[in-house]
Design a protein around this ligand. Structure first.
Ligand SMILES: Cc1ncc(COP(=O)(O)O)c(C=O)c1O
Length: 402
């Protein structure tokens, strides 16, 4: 049953077929995902259909563009399970969304306030906070991991206190692959009126978010990892926090009123969307999510979980050293005595596209005493044959490097 479904899913991704024709197996979806036909069609439709700027033109093409753009915002908000489309701001990606927050919220902080960040965070959810802390004399505190590479929840809860002002964590790390339930942490943050930021860049790919239920203050993710186009990101801001967000970029379309000396910004979302947006990308992303919505979510999660079990089993049988105890979608590993770059190169030469290095998470690799690791990451379009090819290539590489 899943085999038939996987073939049907795979056939919707022309990029996979092209890569296969070149002898390439894509096992790097945590970096970026291949794109479904529906996304390509939506881009073609937008660009071939007569383009116009949104929110500023009185002509018919302009009206059509604005209607399609705001419909895309509603569709995406709907997919995320968030209460109001006006809480959804478009950015260029997760990195930009978090930088936006770090600038936009900066007047909410006072010297000595604490920002708490998970030890497993991607640089995108560490460096903007680190630099904000340096600019404003704040204290950056790192929530520790336990021996299994998951957030040490009792320790994290104990670190939230009266000086805490912001908590920034990801439910699913791009290196350690453990799916966290952040409910207790978010609940404590709410009790203490600590701002919460969820980096959903990896999480949203493997679990459809329900933002109303999650009840975080801010949630961010990137379209390109979620089978959508590059250059589109999301920032969800809970209505209770809208007034905290000051414009971080000034210019066209975000202004309510201005003269030569002064300007005031429009309310969210437009007040945070200065300049011409990536209209085609945003419309194509909504089309992608609408298509994902038609698939059997339970079957997708079951298929991904079965593949992940096979991946872990195969790595363990070969004595590979795993980073943490991943339970979702990816595995980072090293072969004893072999440099990760050598292994990734030999895998690459055999047509296996995996990633090696520090995965934009240098501090966590440093803390494990590692200069790098190989990462295999899965998407619902991968299948058992992809893993067979990977393991055949891994065995050959290990034999050469032994
Ligand atoms: C957990 C996590 N956060 C943030 C990012 C940054 O995403 P982007 O490069 O799309 O801004 C990534 C990318 O790998 C990620 O895995």
């Amino acid at each position: 049953m899943t085999g038939t479904l996987t073939s049907a899913w795979r056939s919707e991704f022309p990029g996979l077929q092209q890569l296969a024709a070149e002898g390439q197996t894509w096992l790097d979806s945590a970096a970026t995902a291949q794109k479904p036909r529906v996304m390509l069609d939506a881009l073609q439709h937008w660009y071939a259909g007569g383009v116009a700027n949104v929110h500023r033109s009185q002509h018919r093409p302009g009206e059509r563009a604005t209607t399609a753009f705001e419909q895309a915002r509603r569709d995406i908000a709907n997919w995320l399970g968030c209460d109001a489309a006006s809480s959804l701001v478009f950015t260029r990606g997760t990195t930009e969304s978090i930088n936006l927050l770090a600038y936009s919220l900066s007047t909410s902080f006072h010297p000595g306030d604490e920002i708490l960040v998970g030890a497993h965070e991607h640089h995108a959810n560490l460096l903007p906070w680190q630099q904000l802390a340096r600019r404003k004399n704040l204290v950056l505190r790192i929530l520790p991991l336990d021996a299994a590479g998951a957030l040490d929840m009792p320790a994290a809860l104990a670190m939230l206190g009266p000086r805490s002002r912001l908590l920034a964590v990801s439910p699913l790390s791009n290196v350690l692959g453990h799916m966290h339930d952040l409910t207790p942490l978010l609940q404590r943050a709410r009790e203490l009126d600590v701002l919460s930021v969820i980096d959903g860049a990896q999480y949203a790919v493997h679990r459809q978010p329900n933002l109303a239920q999650l009840d975080a203050d801010f949630f961010v993710c990137s379209a390109h990892k979620l089978y959508g186009p590059e250059g589109v990101g999301l920032l969800y801001a809970h209505p209770r926090r809208h007034t905290l967000l000051q414009p971080w970029q000034w210019g066209g379309e975000m202004v309510e009123h201005c003269d030569y000396q002064n300007a005031s910004a429009r309310p969210l979302p437009l007040g945070l969307e200065a300049g011409t947006p990536n209209t085609g990308g945003i419309i194509a992303f909504a089309a992608t999510l609408n298509w994902l919505e038609t698939l059997d979510r339970a079957a997708i999660e079951q298929h991904e979980s079965a593949l992940h079990c096979s991946l872990l089993g195969g790595l363990k049988r070969r004595g590979m050293q795993l980073l943490g105890q991943p339970d979702t979608a990816l595995a980072c590993f090293n072969a004893p005595g072999i440099h990760s770059a050598d292994l990734a190169m030999l895998l690459g030469e055999q047509g296996i596209a995996v990633r090696a290095g520090q995965h934009c998470a240098m501090p966590v690799l440093d803390s494990l005493g590692l200069s790098g690791a190989v990462r295999v990451s899965l998407a619902f379009y991968n299948n058992g044959e992809d893993l067979e090819r990977f393991f055949t290539a891994l065995d050959a590489a290990l034999e050469i490097l032994a």
